[in-house]
Design a binder for this molecule. Sequence first.
Ligand SMILES: NC(=O)c1ccc[n+]([C@@H]2O[C@H](COP(=O)([O-])OP(=O)(O)OC[C@H]3O[C@@H](n4cnc5c(N)ncnc54)[C@H](OP(=O)(O)O)[C@@H]3O)[C@@H](O)[C@H]2O)c1
Length: 324
Amino acid sequence: MRAVTYDSYAGPESHELRDIPIPEPGEGQVRIRVTAAGLNPWDWHIYRGDPWLARVSFGLRSPGQRVVGADAAGEVDALGPGVEGLAVGDRVFGFLGFGGCADFAVAEASKIARTPAGATDEEAAAVPIAAVTALGGFADGGGCEGRSVLVIGASGGVGHLAVQIARVLGARRVVAVCSGANAAMVSLLGADRVIDYTRENVLDCGEVFDVVYDTVGTTRLTRLKRIIASDGVYLAAGGLGGGPLLGPAWAIFSAKAASPFARRRVVVVGTEPTTEHLSRVAAWIEEGCVRPVIAGAYPLERTAEAFARLEAQHVAGKLVVQVA
Ligand SMILES: NC(=O)c1ccc[n+]([C@@H]2O[C@H](COP(=O)([O-])OP(=O)(O)OC[C@H]3O[C@@H](n4cnc5c(N)ncnc54)[C@H](OP(=O)(O)O)[C@@H]3O)[C@@H](O)[C@H]2O)c1
């Protein structure tokens, strides 16, 4: 089968489309005939081994996993021992961790769900990490019902779904921070107000929020606290930059460390997609209340180009790779 592979920690220019053996599903796993893969910062942090912290989990000297693509959608092609409730031919989507940019991939049955009716496989593949990171963060932070929510990084893969999920979860008001170029898209997704960070400092917005969901992490909590209610919560989901050792984890760790000084509750967002989470998001997609925005769809042969674009960190919505 075809697969986008790499042999050492490096950028997407080192990726190669190769023929490799079709994987076999193990206990509790299914094999998926992949039609689309969704791209996430998760992928590039791992294939680059950047930050170094990633290498502790994924291989100190060289990567243990060598096929890119954490999220995917397609059709169940084979069942491993012990899998119940799924059958060959079912349309599914979910989190694989690795291996999605290939004709076939193996997933834990507990991390996939049925593809929502009416959604394309590209849309489904765009959802798992991003939507569950948004949903899990809000859930851990005490929900959104009747609360005012600020989403920083609202045009990105996680942020554009966080805006919509905050609405679905009953937020009273949703304010979004992104660049002016993406403001119209974020308004259409349900934001009551959009702050263009290139022209306005969010600290001067004149509002105080119950929930601040931050995927960017460039404003210190000790400064942000003035726009977070004293009984509010700061959800630390990610960060730009952060250096070669910790990368995005730096912003998250520093927010957690600053929590007692800022006297604001900090929740570190780190949710792995499960069937239950994915099914919840799938139901919202079916009802039409959540819609992943596909900023670009690339054929498998052009996966490296798609990753180079993602690494620039200004994609409005999600990038996907069309495999089939
Ligand atoms: N905790 C977890 O479990 C988890 C899971 C998934 C992702 N993450 C992390 O969350 C972060 C976002 O992920 P993503 O998938 O949404 O990434 P993405 O799709 O690449 O989005 C990047 C976002 O950053 C914004 N941005 C870029 N430069 C900026 C700047 N100078 N100032 C303010 N905003 C800027 C972009 O907005 P504009 O284009 O409008 O400028 C865009 O909204 C990453 O750090 C990722 O590692 C964490």
